[in-house]
Design a protein around this ligand. Structure first.
Ligand code: NDP
Length: 444
């Protein structure tokens, strides 16, 4: 049996109840097959794939807190420190009821390659909790964040592990988490990114993932003789990534016509209005039905459905496995020619294969959404230097990073005979740097 197949079987056997983690490992190792096979004996001798697919550390902890009725609630907390070969662990915290060890491990594993692709010195990690901030008062969110950080602070630090936001963790949560870290550890250091501007945050971090997604998409289209100008774009999600993807799509001359949340979705024939979206989701923390009330030309639909809208470019920006085979078929039938992932692993394996087989340009999230973590790394640099760069400085660096990422994965795909396969290109380019660093550091 080949080393890749042995590893896939071992990961499945050791983690039978972790479907998301198995899915992520399968996607990566399948596309690394050609690289591994060239050097199979050495990699096998060094157990490189065993080490790559096993987190350096996985911390699980109890998070007790008191709700507004005086009832004690208990959630599960996680931090998976996956790989520190190229820098301190770096990756977001997700607060969502669907969080479990499988989800955090898949995200941490993906993060290793994504962070490598940015070209910046950051290792991979991820964390979170099954806590649901929705419907909770600010005091309840603060109580939860303080309890979560009371345990997490033992394992993180500006040169060890630097978490950030993800689903359910925005500016409010990062603020409460940072305050508690500082209080317990008595250290004012850049231990979290995505901080507010008044206490060490970076300009453009809020916009970075969405903007970065569009910078990379724009470059991918240009290199394939196309452009965003005048194109119809379909976006899922209505959170941080989706909102700023929509804003940048407008700025690059495209027309984004949809967004969605966990209850339903909006089609706006005039294009999604960013101010209204921000007012509904960030200020009022309300449902998208409120968007439809504010924009009478738009239509609200319950449930899922954005992929049924005719478009040129599709940007899944909500969550994992939200674009399935039937959705891919609809996109192709409707003439969509490019899909770039804003979320992590939003497209299932069979849907990805279908899109690629039908000539759709497809960029995986670990490349196309890397602008968030890249700008987090820029926030770390500013914190270390006690400096704040301007919005334009950060935005220009972000754009350079995204354009470079695209060219690196494009070149890697070409070098290994898979021109245009950006999934393979991203995995290979990300892997080679991590493998080289692991090799140089001995068996650790
Ligand atoms: P937010 O919490 O800001 O927004 C998430 C959006 O997706 C919300 O509109 C939410 O709906 C919707 N959503 C969440 N879960 C589901 C679900 N199970 N079904 C349908 N809709 C759902 O998160 P982000 O925008 O930060 O993150 C979105 C994706 O991007 C995630 O995959 C994340 O890992 C990834 N990502 C984020 C980065 C960042 O910098 N923030 C960086 C790189 C990747 P509702 O409003 O109802 O909650």
């Amino acid at each position: 049996m080949s080393y890749v197949d042995e590893t896939l079987a071992r990961v499945k056997q050791q983690n039978p109840d972790q479907p998301e983690f198995n899915q992520a490992v399968y996607e990566v190792l399948e596309s690394l097959r050609v690289v591994i096979e060239k050097n199979e004996d050495a990699y096998r001798r060094d157990a490189l794939l065993e080490r790559l697919t096993t987190p350096e550390r996985a911390i699980m902890f109890r998070v007790p807190w008191v709700d507004d009725k005086g009832q004690v609630q208990v959630n599960n907390g996680y931090r998976v420190q996956f790989n520190s070969a190229i820098g301190p662990y770096k990756g977001g915290l997700r607060f969502h009821p669907s969080v479990n060890l499988s989800v955090i491990k898949f995200l941490g594993f993906e993060q290793v390659f994504k962070n490598s692709l940015t070209g910046l010195p950051i290792g991979g990690g991820k964390g979170g909790s099954d806590f649901d901030p929705k419907g909770k008062s600010d005091r309840e969110v603060m109580a939860f964040c303080q309890s979560f950080m009371t345990e997490l602070c033992k394992y993180i630090g500006a040169d060890t592990d630097v978490p950030a936001g993800d689903i359910g963790v925005g500016g409010r949560e990062i603020g409460y988490l940072f305050g508690q870290y500082k209080r317990i550890r008595d250290l004012y250091e850049g231990v979290l990114t995505g901080k507010g501007l008044s206490y060490g945050g970076s300009l453009a971090r809020t916009q970075a993932t969405g903007y970065g997604l569009l910078y990379l998409t724009d470059e991918m289209l240009r290199c394939n003789g196309k452009s965003l100008e005048g194109k119809t774009v379909v976006v899922s999600g209505a959170g941080n990534v989706a909102t700023y993807a929509i804003e940048k799509a407008w700025q690059l001359g495209a027309k984004p016509v949809t967004c969605s949340d966990s209850n339903g979705w909006i089609y706006d024939p005039d294009g999604i209005d960013v101010d209204t979206l921000i007012e509904v989701k960030q200020v009022k923390r309300a449902r998208l039905t409120e968007y439809a009330k504010a924009r009478p030309n738009s239509v609200y639909h319950e449930g899922k459905g954005v992929w049924s809208v005719k478009c040129d470019v599709a940007l899944p920006c909500a969550t994992q496995n939200e674009l399935l085979l039937d959705d891919a078929k609809l996109l192709v039938a409707n003439g969509c020619f490019a899909v770039a992932e804003g979320a992590n692993m939003p497209t299932s394996l069979d849907a990805t294969a279908y899109l690629q087989e039908n000539g759709v340009l497809f960029c995986p999230g670990k490349a196309s959404n890397a602008g968030g973590v890249a700008t987090s790394a820029l926030e770390m640099s500013q914190n270390s230097q006690r400096l704040s760069w301007t919005f334009d400085e950060v935005d220009a660096k972000l754009k350079d990073i995204m354009v470079n990422i695209f060219h690196n994965l494009d070149a890697a795909a070409k070098e290994y005979g898979m021109e245009g396969n950006y999934v393979a290109g991203a995995n290979i380019a990300g892997f080679l740097k991590v493998a080289d660093a692991m090799n140089a550091q001995g068996i650790v």
